[in-house]
Ligand binder design. Structure first.
Ligand code: BG6
Length: 300
């Protein structure tokens, strides 16, 4: 029996959960419920599509890699157990989770939602040091919204420093014309200006590279997109920060797997625990970062 057949036999749920061959031969899962659909890869636990009310909410790069040892560009990369560059030179940016194949742990379905739980077995990780003793799990729940919970337990005997982000690439009509009112007036560290601190002015008007780490992240954030006549709602838990990122037209050209022709159609809003807001996870302690996403017509 092929791996796909085995997955579908053990975990498939009629038209609600299926496993298929995705790009680059990677294993794709498709969740469907309440008229909404999510597609993602076991590789990285990476969601690449969320169609809500018939509209795609996530931006994917048409030039993304779909091969092991390379991250997927777009959708929702899971940055874990560190966000940004590693403190150890030899380790990859944004952690090893987005470069690791997850396994299916469980699934269920009722009249409200379909759920899928993925896990990363510690033995599957080829990284040095203590990080190997983190047991990682991703729970996805799709109904009228998409909820995702990234969890980890420190199963080692030493405290581990963890940073993380749900690096969500949203599809927007024009990044210069969207706004995120919940972040107005909040202070942020600007990664494009050597982490200098500024206060966010209103409206956002993103017409150049933006790479901002907001402290005191609100748990309810709305991405207003008048061009698409919609607002995307992001409710998060467990994040100390919100990161807002768009590489800008110039830098986008230099990112090999980034479809620069659609740079103005994306904006990342990332619930995160970053920089000085790292979590110190004692032995046996657990970490959780979560978000729930959905869209509504603007004005409603
Ligand atoms: C953002 C970071 O979250 O991710 C940026 O704040 C980074 O600094 C961006 O450039 C993309 O990272 P990567 O590794 O996926 O190219």
């Amino acid at each position: 029996m092929s791996t796909l057949d085995a997955l579908n036999t053990e975990f498939g749920i009629d038209d609600k959960l299926q496993f298929l061959e995705g790009k680059g031969g990677l294993t794709l899962f498709r969740l469907s419920h309440s008229g909404n659909t999510v597609e993602g890869y076991l590789y990285g636990g990476h969601i690449c599509s969320f169609v809500h009310g018939g509209e795609e909410l996530l931006w994917m790069s048409s030039t993304s890699f779909f091969e092991k040892a390379q991250p997927i560009r777009g959708g929702i990369p899971l940055c874990f157990p560190w966000f940004g560059p590693s403190e150890l030179d030899s380790l990859p940016q944004h952690g090893y989770l987005r470069l690791s194949e997850m396994q299916v742990k469980a699934c269920s379905c009722d009249d409200k939602a379909v759920s899928l739980v993925l896990q990363l077995a510690t033995s599957a990780i080829g990284v040095a040091g203590n990080f190997a003793a983190l047991d990682i799990e991703l729970e996805l729940k799709l109904g009228s919204s998409l909820a995702m919970h990234l969890r980890a337990v420190n199963s080692s005997t030493e405290t581990q420093k963890v940073t993380a982000a749900l690096h969500t690439y949203f599809e927007v009509s024009n990044v210069e014309q969207v706004d995120i009112p919940a972040l107005h007036g909040l202070s942020y560290l600007d990664k494009t200006q050597d982490y200098a601190s500024f206060e966010q002015v209103a409206p956002f008007a993103i017409n150049c590279e933006h790479d901002r780490v907001f402290s005191k992240a609100p748990q309810h954030v709305e991405l207003l997109d008048p061009g698409n006549k919609r607002r995307i709602i992001i409710e998060s838990e467990g994040n100390n920060n919100t990161v807002v990122w768009n590489p800008g037209a110039e830098k986008a050209v230099g990112i090999g797997d980034f479809d620069e022709t659609r740079q103005a159609n994306m904006l990342c809003i990332e619930p995160a625990c970053a920089l000085d807001d790292a979590v110190m996870l004692k032995p046996g302690e657990s970490f959780e970062l979560a978000q729930r996403l959905w869209a509504e017509p603007i004005g409603s």
